[in-house]
Design a protein around this ligand. Sequence first.
Ligand code: ZN
Length: 225
Amino acid sequence: MILRRLLPLVLAGTLVAACGGEPGGPAGTSPRGSAAGPCDASGKDFAGDIELARCLTERFWAERFRQSGNTYAPISDFVAYNGEDGPECGRQPAVPNNAFYCPSGHFIAYDATWLEGMYDRMGDGAVYLVIPHEFGHAVQAQLVNDFQFNVQRELQADCYAGATLSGLIQEQALQADEGDGAELLANLEAAGDPTDAWLAPDAHGTAAQRQAAFAKGYGQGVGAC
Ligand SMILES: [Zn+2]
């Protein structure tokens, strides 16, 4: 549910949002358009990157669903909160320093103070890891995915996040420098569980497991997840 302790993303300034084109426009990355429509957020500041990450990620999934003859259901809400004032999910209070997908409401919420802090310290890569990971959970909720352990759900969300990022880079919605993938992997390492407690209900996977899951999606796409 959360990419814990995302340590210094060396990505600052390298993962540059280049969205803003019209689907079907001269640049034509998505000639058939998409359910999500054009993404016109600037990607120039935290608020812009947040909106752009949301829009691009949903556009990515809308297109993948369409290609497989299905329809992606956009999230119902995208909620910024601060510390303790987040929305409940199934009577569970939101906790500070977190981002989460709520299945019962089909919404995503994030502690904006926490995420903006990472954005300021580490660069925009923080947003482009956390938001696609949470959308990975929103996608899981629309697929028939049966998980025995929470860690499997979390690692698939990491895999989906990798597939989303590489897909957006391939369609030139995002630009990445050579080596950015490795940097993202290095930072996932910091977000791994300290032990391989795969039975734990909140397990996210060890550093190596999270890196491997992200790399699989990044290198091989959604189908490998
Ligand atoms: Zn998660």
